[in-house]
Ligand binder design. Structure first.
Ligand code: G6P
Length: 612
């Protein structure tokens, strides 16, 4: 949610900022802009639309500077437009700032500034904060750093900001609370960004800035301070991400690349953890805290979006195998309804980015109440990973496409391992079943590969239904969360209104929508509910709905009834969801593609939602 990038050093800043913005575009793409400082002068360029439009605007301008900041925006305050695009410039014209986050109390501060004669040129909270900093500096005749510190003590909300001044050719001042910031350490140069992707090709040494820290960054110096003006020791970590992981590698879209990578990413999530032949699951985060899991009166899963769907599936898995009651909470609701957390409750936080503000805030408040937090996170070193008491990374690699695909299957793989490990340790999962499930899990990457080989058929199905205005996704048991995820994927990518429902619950409402124009997708693999789902298919057929069914190989009944079928390999019913979601990802990808939409950057969405 907004990407920010900064550079100070000997190189030309503009190409570094531009490339960085392209890498961060998944975080927001309403508008973008840059500010460069040269010869005591700030040059600011900004443009509504994609980074490519900014690039076109700046083509041939011959921009030279050795310090600069750049921003790609996901609008909060103020519509997407040139004037609301960042960077913003202060009233005096001497400061330029970019911001990721929300200043919640901007309105009274703005009033205060207006009464002092400040004029505003945008609708943003960022311009308010910037002028507030300038006003404090003028009034107190203090350094910019000091003014920033005073301003941040008055501010309510979340931010990562980068600030440059026309009279300082070297320094970027940065601050963070709630929105991520990574600083890359080069030789006589520093790189700043919302994540490591703009930094990785220049240096692997990075510092993750913590909440309530201010960074004073010059080419040869990095000083970190807290809001009390005390110096903090920067903790340098080494990135182990590969550049190829954040490039398209020959695919037309990141989303397709990430769908196609799933045999490898799921394998990576299982590697070193699943030892099927030895009947073992090795997960040090669980082993170190096994008593907490075994004695937990309850597990609460907290997540948003696709990660919430992985959490819902985990509820079925954990309750079945480990017999621990599970509640799955939308992070945004959990935080504000004053939830009851008992001593001993375990919280599992699920997040691809590890930066989702709703999840982060929910966890902070649960932690303050003494809860034990186990993170299932993809982004290494992210805020949620660092806040967790223990955890298991999903190891899916960087996910760039805004619609989550490989991160979801990575989450499901890890959560399945957890449920089996805890269940077996608790004695609620019999050894024979446990061993069988381990073998099943081991076969998942190969089975995903088999499904992916049918992508041409799935594309045909997508083309057939691409003009539908509504879609219903139905599933029962383990396939219910998959129906929800299928509906979410389709609406994100193709803008077709889609609803996911428990197949039987469909009778209590959505059936009223069924007519000859409504495609209804059933996730109807062979499981405990199969016969009942077949009856639900009949109910739809009787009302002339079009049925698409995801079925298990060898099923001879549903192909007779459904208009279209997509087959997945046979699997245990608890393992099948990680397979049945794959055709739904491809279906939404090909539908969005057929409709000519930008599948990697669907309208209004952002990959990492760092505002509440
Ligand atoms: C956004 C993304 C989704 C993601 C959700 C939660 O809405 O577009 O793909 O599932 O945030 O994000 P997280 O990073 O916490 O999994």
């Amino acid at each position: 949610m907004c990407g920010i990038v900064g550079y100070t050093g000997k190189r030309e800043a503009y190409p570094i900022l531009l490339k960085g913005l392209k890498r961060l575009e998944y975080r927001g793409y309403d508008s973008s802009g840059i500010a460069l400082q040269q010869d005591q002068h700030l040059q600011v360029y900004k443009k509504k639309g994609r980074v490519a439009e900014l690039e076109e605007l700046l083509l041939g301008k011959g921009l030279h500077a050795h310090i600069g900041i750049g921003h790609t925006r996901w609008a909060t305050h103020g519509e997407p437009s040139d004037r609301n695009a960042h960077p913003h410039v202060s009233q005096s014209g001497k400061l330029a700032m970019i911001h990721n986050g929300i200043i919640e109390n901007y309105a009274p501060i703005k009033q205060e500034l207006v009464s002092k004669g400040y004029q505003f040129h945008s609708d943003t909270d960022t311009e308010v904060l910037l002028n507030f900093i300038e006003e404090i500096q003028t009034q107190n005749a203090c350094s910019l750093e000091e003014a920033l510190r005073i301003a941040l003590k008055r501010v309510v909300g979340a931010y990562c900001i980068l600030l440059i001044a026309s009279d300082d050719p070297e320094t970027i001042i940065a601050a963070r609370k709630g929105s991520p910031l990574v600083i890359g350490i080069g030789k006589g140069e520093h790189f700043l960004a919302s994540d490591a992707s703009p930094i990785i090709e220049y240096t692997r040494e990075v510092v993750y800035v913590n909440d309530y820290e201010i960074a004073i960054v010059k080419p040869d110096e990095l000083i970190l301070k807290n809001l009390g003006n005390e110096k903090q020791t920067p903790y340098i970590t080494r990135l182990d991400m590969e550049l190829s992981a954040i490039e398209k590698g020959g695919y037309e879209h990141f989303m397709l690349k990430e769908i196609m990578e799933q045999p490898e990413t799921v394998f990576d999530g299982l590697r070193g953890r699943l030892l099927a032949a030895e009947g073992k699951i090795i997960m040090s985060g669980i082993e170190q805290h096994l008593p907490a899991f075994l004695s937990a009166p309850r597990i609460i899963i907290v997540a948003c979006g696709t990660s919430w769907h992985a959490g819902l599936l985990a509820e079925y898995l954990i309750e079945t195998f480990a017999r621990i009651p599970v509640e799955v909470e939308y992070a945004s609701e959990f935080r504000y309804r004053n939830p009851v957390i008992h001593p001993g409750d375990v919280i599992i936080a699920i997040s691809q980015s590890g930066e989702t503000a709703d999840t982060l805030v929910a966890l902070e408040s649960a932690k303050a109440q003494g809860a034990f937090i186990f993170g299932v996170v993809n982004a290494v070193g992210s805020s949620i990973a660092r806040l967790s008491d223990a955890g298991a990374y999903t190891h899916a690699g960087p996910e760039i496409g805004v619609a989550s695909t490989k991160a979801f299957t990575g989450q499901v793989a890890v959560l399945t391992l957890m449920a089996l490990k805890i269940g077996y340790a608790k004695g609620t999962l019999a050894e024979a079943d446990y061993l069988n499930l381990l073998l099943e899990l081991e076969q998942v990457p190969e089975k995903i590969r088999e499904i992916l080989s049918q992508s041409a058929h799935i594309q045909q199905v997508a083309n057939k239904y691409k003009d539908a205005t509504d879609f219903l996704f139905l599933g029962r048991g383990y396939n219910f969360p998959i129906a929800l995820e299928g509906a979410l994927k389709l609406k994100e990518i193709s803008y077709i209104h889609a609803e996911g429902y428990p197949a039987a619950e469909m009778k209590h409402g959505p059936i009223a929508l069924v007519d000859e124009n409504l495609p209804v997708l059933f996730v109807a693999t062979r499981d405990l509910y199969y016969d009942k789902v077949v009856s639900n298919v009949q109910e739809i057929k009787a009302r002339k709905g079009k049925v698409i069914a995801i079925i298990t190989k060898g099923d001879t009944i549903l192909p007779e009834m459904a208009n279209d079928v997509i087959t997945i390999p046979e699997a245990h019913e608890a393992i099948a969801p990680i397979l049945s979601v794959i055709p739904l990802q491809l279906l939404s990808y090909y539908t969005g593609l057929a409709k000519g939409y930008d599948v990697d950057k669907p309208r209004n969405l952002a990959k990492s939602v760092t505002v509440e």
